[in-house]
Design a protein around this ligand. Sequence first.
Ligand SMILES: C[S@@+](CC[C@H](N)C(=O)[O-])C[C@H]1O[C@@H](n2cnc3c(N)ncnc32)[C@H](O)[C@@H]1O
Length: 247
Amino acid sequence: MWEISPKQWRVYCGSSRPSIEKFRRRYPGVNLAWEGEPAIDWAARYQETVAPLCVGRRFVVLPSEKIESPWKERISIRLVPGCAFGTGEHYTTASCLRAWEGLPATPKSVFDVGCGSGILAVAAFLDGCPRVVACDNDAEACRVANETAALNGAGVTILTGSAGDVDESFDCVFANILAETLAEIFPDLCARVSPGGFLIGSGISSEKGTDINNIAIASALEVFDKRSDGEWWTFTWRKQSPLSAGS
Ligand SMILES: C[S@@+](CC[C@H](N)C(=O)[O-])C[C@H]1O[C@@H](n2cnc3c(N)ncnc32)[C@H](O)[C@@H]1O
């Protein structure tokens, strides 16, 4: 549906012509006109319009299999146009990658909870993390994440499920999930972080920042970094290691 002006709309109906008479009876005040148009290959048109997207200092997202990066010094993350969240355009995804760049050293293991397209997991692998596990409770997201990993030659293990379905702990855990879900699964997320490791949490709307941070503090995490665009928060919390807790 295309808004030409506040009172004029163009509605694309695919190949089946809708019943204009039925519509007229239902909305008698609306002027209706019908015209045929040649079919448009929207997928091909999308591919023509997409461009590389620089994210943070180190990454560039290539949202199509065809385009090349002009920034050879940046790590390219190639995405399959799919329906999973995580194109790099949304603040929460981009700020997770910036938070990752701010870690003191490259983590040796990463767990991406709510991986969507797989963008964060793949970025971590391509940036030198040797062990990357990702999960999503949406099977379709996992399918797309597997495709993203294959397209980038990234060795990422992808599971359908959530933070509670894994026993291991990791140097860094990503969780770009809405605040309500974060609050719900926080004990599982926290249990996945190794002592001294980091939890990068995003998807936290501005008014929920304090609540979620209080949950983190009560779970013996401390704020390492926080960033916001006024609408969303991204926190990096650090789990105390037994040594730092005792000192
Ligand atoms: C906002 S997207 C983030 C995608 C990607 N990680 C990014 O940063 O762009 C959140 C993802 O979390 C998944 N999700 C929601 N609740 C979940 C849960 N309890 N456990 C695992 N995944 C979950 C959704 O299916 C969705 O793919």
